[in-house]
Design a binder for this molecule. Sequence first.
Ligand code: NAD
Length: 326
Amino acid sequence: MITAQNASTQLASGSSYPLTGLGLWKVPREECANLVYTSLKLGYRLLDGAADYGNEAEAGEGLRRALNEGLVKREDVTVVSKLWNTYHAEEHVEAACRRSLQDWGVDYFDVYYIHMPIALKYVDPAVRYPPGWSYDGTPDGALELEASPYHKTWAALERLVDIGLVRNIAISNMPGGMIMDLMTYARIKPAVLQVEMHPYFAQPELLRLAQAFNIHVTAYSSFGPTSWVGISDSVVAKCEPLFTHPTVTEIAASHGVTPAQVILRWATQRGITVIPKSSSAERMKENLNNERVELSEGAIDAISKLDAGLRFANPAAAGPRLAVYA
Ligand code: NAD
Protein backbone atom coordinates (compact mmCIF):
# COMPACT_ATOMS: atom_id res chain seq x y z
CA MET A 1 0.00 0.00 0.00
CA ILE A 2 1.57 3.25 1.15
CA THR A 3 4.63 1.51 2.60
CA ALA A 4 6.92 2.25 -0.30
CA GLN A 5 6.43 5.97 0.21
CA ASN A 6 7.14 5.88 3.91
CA ALA A 7 10.68 6.24 5.07
CA SER A 8 12.62 4.31 7.65
CA THR A 9 15.79 5.17 9.42
CA GLN A 10 18.49 2.74 10.48
CA LEU A 11 19.16 2.38 14.19
CA ALA A 12 22.73 1.98 15.45
CA SER A 13 22.14 -1.81 15.60
CA GLY A 14 21.24 -1.87 11.90
CA SER A 15 17.51 -2.44 12.54
CA SER A 16 15.21 -0.40 10.38
CA TYR A 17 12.78 1.91 12.20
CA PRO A 18 10.01 3.91 10.48
CA LEU A 19 9.67 7.67 10.65
CA THR A 20 5.91 7.50 11.19
CA GLY A 21 4.21 5.04 13.51
CA LEU A 22 1.02 4.60 15.49
CA GLY A 23 0.84 5.50 19.19
CA LEU A 24 -1.33 3.30 21.39
CA TRP A 25 -1.67 5.33 24.60
CA LYS A 26 -5.33 5.82 25.61
CA VAL A 27 -6.61 3.50 22.88
CA PRO A 28 -9.56 1.73 24.54
CA ARG A 29 -9.20 -2.05 24.76
CA GLU A 30 -12.35 -2.67 22.75
CA GLU A 31 -11.02 -0.60 19.82
CA CYS A 32 -7.39 -1.60 19.92
CA ALA A 33 -7.38 -4.80 17.84
CA ASN A 34 -9.28 -3.17 14.97
CA LEU A 35 -7.17 -0.04 15.15
CA VAL A 36 -3.90 -1.95 14.92
CA TYR A 37 -5.23 -4.13 12.09
CA THR A 38 -6.47 -1.05 10.18
CA SER A 39 -3.18 0.77 10.69
CA LEU A 40 -1.24 -2.14 9.19
CA LYS A 41 -3.63 -2.24 6.27
CA LEU A 42 -3.03 1.48 5.71
CA GLY A 43 0.73 0.98 5.65
CA TYR A 44 1.84 1.65 9.24
CA ARG A 45 4.83 -0.47 10.21
CA LEU A 46 5.63 0.88 13.68
CA LEU A 47 3.36 0.15 16.65
CA ASP A 48 4.25 2.04 19.82
CA GLY A 49 2.84 0.16 22.78
CA ALA A 50 3.58 -0.12 26.50
CA ALA A 51 2.58 -2.35 29.39
CA ASP A 52 1.12 0.75 31.06
CA TYR A 53 -1.35 1.34 28.20
CA GLY A 54 -3.29 -1.76 29.27
CA ASN A 55 -4.08 -2.82 25.71
CA GLU A 56 -1.15 -4.96 24.61
CA ALA A 57 -3.19 -8.18 24.34
CA GLU A 58 -5.70 -6.43 22.09
CA ALA A 59 -2.92 -4.78 20.05
CA GLY A 60 -1.42 -8.25 19.62
CA GLU A 61 -4.77 -9.56 18.41
CA GLY A 62 -4.84 -6.92 15.67
CA LEU A 63 -1.27 -7.70 14.68
CA ARG A 64 -2.00 -11.45 14.57
CA ARG A 65 -4.99 -10.89 12.32
CA ALA A 66 -2.83 -8.95 9.86
CA LEU A 67 -0.08 -11.59 10.02
CA ASN A 68 -2.53 -14.46 9.51
CA GLU A 69 -4.07 -12.75 6.50
CA GLY A 70 -0.62 -12.23 5.00
CA LEU A 71 -0.99 -8.43 5.04
CA VAL A 72 2.39 -8.08 6.71
CA LYS A 73 5.28 -10.24 7.82
CA ARG A 74 6.49 -10.10 11.40
CA GLU A 75 9.92 -8.89 10.31
CA ASP A 76 8.36 -5.93 8.51
CA VAL A 77 6.65 -4.55 11.62
CA THR A 78 8.50 -2.70 14.36
CA VAL A 79 6.79 -3.80 17.56
CA VAL A 80 7.57 -1.63 20.57
CA SER A 81 6.86 -2.02 24.27
CA LYS A 82 7.97 -0.29 27.46
CA LEU A 83 8.98 -1.48 30.89
CA TRP A 84 6.69 0.10 33.47
CA ASN A 85 8.03 1.96 36.52
CA THR A 86 7.03 -0.76 39.01
CA TYR A 87 9.23 -3.39 37.32
CA HIS A 88 12.62 -1.62 37.51
CA ALA A 89 14.12 -3.91 40.14
CA GLU A 90 16.47 -6.19 38.21
CA GLU A 91 14.72 -9.37 39.35
CA HIS A 92 11.41 -8.21 37.81
CA VAL A 93 12.58 -6.97 34.40
CA GLU A 94 12.59 -10.24 32.46
CA ALA A 95 9.18 -11.32 33.77
CA ALA A 96 7.72 -7.92 32.86
CA CYS A 97 9.12 -8.17 29.34
CA ARG A 98 7.87 -11.74 28.95
CA ARG A 99 4.38 -10.68 30.06
CA SER A 100 4.32 -7.97 27.39
CA LEU A 101 5.66 -10.40 24.76
CA GLN A 102 2.98 -12.90 25.69
CA ASP A 103 0.28 -10.24 25.48
CA TRP A 104 1.47 -9.13 22.04
CA GLY A 105 1.87 -12.76 20.96
CA VAL A 106 5.38 -12.17 19.60
CA ASP A 107 8.67 -13.75 20.58
CA TYR A 108 10.80 -10.61 20.45
CA PHE A 109 10.39 -6.85 20.60
CA ASP A 110 12.12 -4.67 18.05
CA VAL A 111 12.46 -1.92 20.61
CA TYR A 112 11.98 -2.14 24.38
CA TYR A 113 12.10 1.09 26.37
CA ILE A 114 12.45 1.91 30.01
CA HIS A 115 9.27 4.00 30.08
CA MET A 116 10.57 6.54 32.62
CA PRO A 117 13.62 6.98 34.83
CA ILE A 118 11.34 6.51 37.83
CA ALA A 119 11.45 3.30 39.87
CA LEU A 120 8.25 2.66 41.81
CA LYS A 121 7.66 -0.05 44.40
CA TYR A 122 6.88 -3.43 42.85
CA VAL A 123 3.25 -4.44 42.44
CA ASP A 124 2.63 -8.12 41.73
CA PRO A 125 0.86 -8.43 38.34
CA ALA A 126 -1.45 -10.99 39.96
CA VAL A 127 -2.66 -8.20 42.25
CA ARG A 128 -3.07 -5.50 39.59
CA TYR A 129 -2.06 -5.20 35.93
CA PRO A 130 -1.15 -2.74 34.64
CA PRO A 131 -0.37 -1.32 38.06
CA GLY A 132 -0.44 2.41 37.29
CA TRP A 133 1.22 5.00 39.49
CA SER A 134 -0.03 4.84 43.05
CA TYR A 135 0.99 1.91 45.21
CA ASP A 136 -2.56 1.31 46.46
CA GLY A 137 -4.03 1.60 42.96
CA THR A 138 -6.27 4.57 43.75
CA PRO A 139 -6.17 7.61 41.43
CA ASP A 140 -4.80 9.97 44.12
CA GLY A 141 -2.87 7.44 46.20
CA ALA A 142 0.76 7.95 47.23
CA LEU A 143 3.66 7.03 44.95
CA GLU A 144 6.29 4.86 46.61
CA LEU A 145 9.81 4.71 45.21
CA GLU A 146 11.79 1.50 44.83
CA ALA A 147 15.51 1.62 45.66
CA SER A 148 16.51 0.49 42.20
CA PRO A 149 19.05 2.71 40.44
CA TYR A 150 18.85 3.12 36.67
CA HIS A 151 22.17 1.42 35.89
CA LYS A 152 20.88 -1.86 37.35
CA THR A 153 17.69 -1.70 35.32
CA TRP A 154 19.72 -0.90 32.22
CA ALA A 155 21.96 -3.95 32.82
CA ALA A 156 18.82 -6.07 33.12
CA LEU A 157 17.65 -4.72 29.74
CA GLU A 158 21.03 -5.56 28.23
CA ARG A 159 20.47 -9.15 29.34
CA LEU A 160 17.14 -9.15 27.46
CA VAL A 161 19.13 -8.42 24.29
CA ASP A 162 21.64 -11.16 25.19
CA ILE A 163 18.88 -13.79 25.47
CA GLY A 164 17.12 -12.64 22.30
CA LEU A 165 13.89 -11.24 23.74
CA VAL A 166 14.63 -7.74 22.53
CA ARG A 167 16.52 -6.38 19.49
CA ASN A 168 17.06 -2.79 20.65
CA ILE A 169 16.87 -1.19 24.08
CA ALA A 170 15.84 2.37 24.49
CA ILE A 171 15.22 5.27 26.85
CA SER A 172 12.29 7.56 27.36
CA ASN A 173 11.58 10.73 29.33
CA MET A 174 15.27 11.05 30.10
CA PRO A 175 16.95 14.44 30.53
CA GLY A 176 20.30 15.25 28.90
CA GLY A 177 22.47 14.91 32.00
CA MET A 178 21.17 11.43 32.67
CA ILE A 179 21.83 10.41 29.06
CA MET A 180 25.45 11.53 29.40
CA ASP A 181 25.73 9.44 32.56
CA LEU A 182 24.17 6.37 30.93
CA MET A 183 26.57 6.61 28.00
CA THR A 184 29.52 6.20 30.38
CA TYR A 185 28.43 2.73 31.50
CA ALA A 186 26.05 1.25 28.92
CA ARG A 187 27.48 -1.97 27.44
CA ILE A 188 24.68 -1.81 24.86
CA LYS A 189 23.95 1.79 23.94
CA PRO A 190 20.37 3.08 23.80
CA ALA A 191 19.06 2.92 20.24
CA VAL A 192 16.18 5.37 20.63
CA LEU A 193 15.20 8.24 22.90
CA GLN A 194 11.45 8.85 23.14
CA VAL A 195 10.48 12.21 24.59
CA GLU A 196 7.78 14.83 24.44
CA MET A 197 8.60 17.00 21.42
CA HIS A 198 6.38 19.34 19.45
CA PRO A 199 6.51 22.95 18.21
CA TYR A 200 5.71 24.31 21.70
CA PHE A 201 8.46 22.10 23.22
CA ALA A 202 11.05 21.68 20.51
CA GLN A 203 13.98 20.63 22.71
CA PRO A 204 16.74 21.55 20.19
CA GLU A 205 19.62 20.93 22.64
CA LEU A 206 18.35 17.50 23.67
CA LEU A 207 17.92 16.60 20.01
CA ARG A 208 21.50 17.60 19.22
CA LEU A 209 22.79 15.66 22.23
CA ALA A 210 20.97 12.50 21.13
CA GLN A 211 22.24 12.91 17.58
CA ALA A 212 25.81 13.32 18.86
CA PHE A 213 25.44 9.93 20.57
CA ASN A 214 23.80 8.35 17.50
CA ILE A 215 20.57 7.82 19.43
CA HIS A 216 17.52 8.11 17.20
CA VAL A 217 14.78 10.41 18.51
CA THR A 218 11.07 9.61 18.61
CA ALA A 219 8.73 12.47 19.44
CA TYR A 220 5.63 11.84 21.48
CA SER A 221 2.61 14.13 21.80
CA SER A 222 3.50 15.68 18.45
CA PHE A 223 0.24 17.64 18.49
CA GLY A 224 1.18 19.38 21.73
CA PRO A 225 -1.75 20.21 24.00
CA THR A 226 -4.35 18.09 22.20
CA SER A 227 -3.76 14.85 24.07
CA TRP A 228 -3.27 16.59 27.45
CA VAL A 229 -6.69 18.19 27.81
CA GLY A 230 -8.07 16.95 31.13
CA ILE A 231 -4.61 15.89 32.35
CA SER A 232 -2.34 18.98 32.31
CA ASP A 233 -5.00 21.68 31.99
CA SER A 234 -2.97 24.45 33.63
CA VAL A 235 -0.35 24.15 30.85
CA VAL A 236 -2.94 23.52 28.14
CA ALA A 237 -4.55 26.84 29.10
CA LYS A 238 -1.30 28.68 28.24
CA CYS A 239 -1.45 27.96 24.51
CA GLU A 240 -3.85 27.57 21.66
CA PRO A 241 -4.21 24.23 19.89
CA LEU A 242 -1.43 23.80 17.33
CA PHE A 243 -4.05 22.85 14.72
CA THR A 244 -5.40 26.44 14.74
CA HIS A 245 -2.20 28.37 15.27
CA PRO A 246 -1.92 30.87 12.36
CA THR A 247 1.72 29.91 11.62
CA VAL A 248 0.64 26.29 11.17
CA THR A 249 -2.59 26.99 9.28
CA GLU A 250 -0.87 29.40 6.89
CA ILE A 251 1.89 26.91 6.09
CA ALA A 252 -0.73 24.19 5.65
CA ALA A 253 -2.72 26.37 3.23
CA SER A 254 0.37 27.38 1.24
CA HIS A 255 1.48 23.75 0.90
CA GLY A 256 -2.04 22.44 0.21
CA VAL A 257 -1.96 20.04 3.18
CA THR A 258 -3.56 19.79 6.62
CA PRO A 259 -2.25 21.37 9.85
CA ALA A 260 -1.71 17.86 11.29
CA GLN A 261 0.53 16.98 8.34
CA VAL A 262 2.55 20.17 8.76
CA ILE A 263 3.09 19.51 12.48
CA LEU A 264 4.21 15.92 11.87
CA ARG A 265 6.36 16.77 8.85
CA TRP A 266 8.18 19.46 10.86
CA ALA A 267 9.59 16.47 12.79
CA THR A 268 9.93 13.74 10.16
CA GLN A 269 11.63 15.98 7.61
CA ARG A 270 14.38 16.50 10.21
CA GLY A 271 14.70 12.73 10.75
CA ILE A 272 12.63 12.53 13.94
CA THR A 273 10.10 9.69 14.24
CA VAL A 274 6.50 10.56 15.13
CA ILE A 275 3.88 8.22 16.58
CA PRO A 276 0.56 10.07 16.47
CA LYS A 277 -2.43 8.33 17.94
CA SER A 278 -5.79 8.47 16.24
CA SER A 279 -8.83 6.24 16.27
CA SER A 280 -10.12 7.35 12.88
CA ALA A 281 -8.90 5.62 9.72
CA GLU A 282 -9.12 8.90 7.80
CA ARG A 283 -6.85 10.70 10.26
CA MET A 284 -4.48 7.75 10.42
CA LYS A 285 -4.11 7.97 6.65
CA GLU A 286 -3.66 11.75 6.84
CA ASN A 287 -1.00 11.35 9.52
CA LEU A 288 0.89 8.63 7.67
CA ASN A 289 0.90 10.75 4.54
CA ASN A 290 2.75 13.58 6.30
CA GLU A 291 5.82 12.18 4.59
CA ARG A 292 4.47 13.16 1.17
CA VAL A 293 4.74 16.83 2.12
CA GLU A 294 7.93 18.79 1.46
CA LEU A 295 8.19 21.80 3.76
CA SER A 296 10.43 24.72 2.85
CA GLU A 297 13.31 25.51 5.17
CA GLY A 298 11.56 28.77 6.01
CA ALA A 299 8.44 26.88 7.04
CA ILE A 300 10.42 24.56 9.32
CA ASP A 301 12.16 27.54 10.93
CA ALA A 302 8.89 29.40 11.43
CA ILE A 303 7.40 26.37 13.22
CA SER A 304 10.54 25.94 15.34
CA LYS A 305 10.08 29.52 16.51
CA LEU A 306 6.81 28.54 18.21
CA ASP A 307 8.93 26.87 20.89
CA ALA A 308 7.74 28.17 24.24
CA GLY A 309 9.23 25.57 26.58
CA LEU A 310 5.75 24.25 27.27
CA ARG A 311 5.87 20.65 28.47
CA PHE A 312 2.70 18.77 29.20
CA ALA A 313 4.22 15.56 30.61
CA ASN A 314 6.21 16.47 33.68
CA PRO A 315 7.28 13.73 36.11
CA ALA A 316 8.25 16.39 38.68
CA ALA A 317 4.55 17.18 38.99
CA ALA A 318 4.23 13.88 40.88
CA GLY A 319 6.40 15.30 43.69
CA PRO A 320 3.60 16.10 46.12
CA ARG A 321 2.27 12.54 45.82
CA LEU A 322 5.56 10.87 46.76
CA ALA A 323 5.55 8.98 50.00
CA VAL A 324 8.56 9.93 52.11
CA TYR A 325 11.51 7.87 50.91
CA ALA A 326 13.63 6.48 53.73
P1 NAD B 1 -0.76 12.88 19.94
O1 NAD B 1 0.08 14.08 19.82
O2 NAD B 1 -0.59 11.76 19.01
O3 NAD B 1 -2.26 13.41 19.92
C1 NAD B 1 -3.36 12.56 19.96
C2 NAD B 1 -4.61 13.41 19.81
O4 NAD B 1 -4.61 14.06 18.53
C3 NAD B 1 -5.86 12.57 19.87
O5 NAD B 1 -6.81 13.33 20.60
C4 NAD B 1 -6.31 12.46 18.41
O6 NAD B 1 -7.68 12.36 18.29
C5 NAD B 1 -5.81 13.76 17.82
N1 NAD B 1 -5.47 13.60 16.39
C6 NAD B 1 -4.72 12.61 15.84
N2 NAD B 1 -4.58 12.79 14.52
C7 NAD B 1 -5.24 13.94 14.22
C8 NAD B 1 -5.45 14.65 13.02
N3 NAD B 1 -4.93 14.23 11.86
N4 NAD B 1 -6.18 15.79 13.06
C9 NAD B 1 -6.70 16.24 14.23
N5 NAD B 1 -6.54 15.60 15.41
C10 NAD B 1 -5.81 14.46 15.40
O7 NAD B 1 -0.63 12.43 21.43
P2 NAD B 1 -0.14 11.28 22.32
O8 NAD B 1 -1.09 10.12 22.27
O9 NAD B 1 0.14 11.95 23.60
O10 NAD B 1 1.27 10.82 21.74
C11 NAD B 1 1.39 9.85 20.73
C12 NAD B 1 1.95 8.54 21.27
O11 NAD B 1 3.19 8.76 21.92
C13 NAD B 1 1.12 7.83 22.34
O12 NAD B 1 -0.02 7.20 21.82
C14 NAD B 1 2.14 6.89 22.92
O13 NAD B 1 2.34 5.77 22.09
C15 NAD B 1 3.38 7.79 22.94
N6 NAD B 1 3.57 8.47 24.24
C16 NAD B 1 4.63 8.09 25.01
C17 NAD B 1 4.85 8.69 26.23
C18 NAD B 1 6.04 8.26 27.06
O14 NAD B 1 6.06 8.55 28.27
N7 NAD B 1 7.01 7.61 26.47
C19 NAD B 1 3.99 9.70 26.70
C20 NAD B 1 2.94 10.09 25.89
C21 NAD B 1 2.73 9.49 24.66
